[in-house]
Write a protein that binds this ligand. Sequence first.
Ligand SMILES: Cc1ncc(C[n+]2csc(CCOP(=O)(O)OP(=O)(O)O)c2C)c(N)n1
Ligand SMILES: [Mg+2]
Length: 334
Amino acid sequence: MAKTQPKAPQGLSQDGLVQIYKDMLVARLLDERMWTLNRIGKAPFVISCQGQEASQVGWAAALRPDDVVVPYYRDMGVAIQRGMTIRELMLAFFGKQGDPNSNGRQMPGHFGCRRLNMVSGSSVVIVQMLHAVGVAYAMKMRKQDRVAAVAFGEGATAEGDFHEALNWASIYRLPVLFVCENNGYAISVPQKKEMAVENVSERARAYDMPGVTVDGNDVLAVYEAAVEAVERGRRGDGPTLLELKTYRVVPHSSDDDDRVYRSREEVEAWKQRDPIKQYQLTLIEMGLWDAQRDQAVRAEIQAEIEAAVEEADRAPFPAAEDALRFVYADEEGR
Ligand SMILES: Cc1ncc(C[n+]2csc(CCOP(=O)(O)OP(=O)(O)O)c2C)c(N)n1
Ligand SMILES: [Mg+2]
């Protein structure tokens, strides 16, 4: 039987389809390099996006540049899709001057950049949901057709802020896309010890909003579901809770040893469903990609990463007297 050709979602050009792949690849290769830099003692901390690239690039690609994104610490794929460069991300990773997120004063993974309409997150998990609801409320009061999108892990949904955010957004029919990147664990705690329900999306019903679960390793499925939710928000029909089932294929952070709480077989099984490999095959089937292009693009990205490593390693640390800048509203933020 002839295999059916995969179909591109409406509204995505061929260039758009390829760009999604490149963004996922940049996220993966950059993340891998960060781990080796950490292990040789060059940088203190990695919090990884590996395994979740399709979820992240997929939802971010559904937005316009003037929409506001409120990512969480794993969302390097979102930062890349929005336009943060390899150089900027490496400066942030080394905690150096020129990092657009905090000028080297925050931990890695605290993405925030005015140029990219990206709101900086707190280290306290889930509070970013309330920030996004506030942003969306302001958008509605100003009668803008913009949307706020916020991401979070499934473990963090056990906190009260999650419920308050859904409740408020629903009462006022706010244009928010709530994205749960469900990777099955909150550090060492598996989902069944985080919540009694099977799907985070089931909770949407209690707040009278659509709750949707999709395969978070299928970037086009994520994109399509996110587009629908974003359109809903833009039309004034209120928020959506989108749950993306995925997996982080590396430990929680560079300070975690995941061998103590999950089997190697489980990790291996998820690696077989690698979102980047899956999407590469889709593009090849669509006639938009081949092995030669793949090799060339990987080499280009690696060269850019190495140049960024050299630059960030040499770059100065922030000046001590800058520590309190931008804390109070006494000067323009970056
Ligand atoms: C309020 C709060 N409690 C605990 C922590 C420590 N902590 C950081 S990440 C994390 C796990 C969160 O898991 P999940 O929401 O599933 O996101 P994931 O890391 O799996 O992507 C915890 C407990 C924190 N930062 N803030
Ligand atoms: Mg999790």
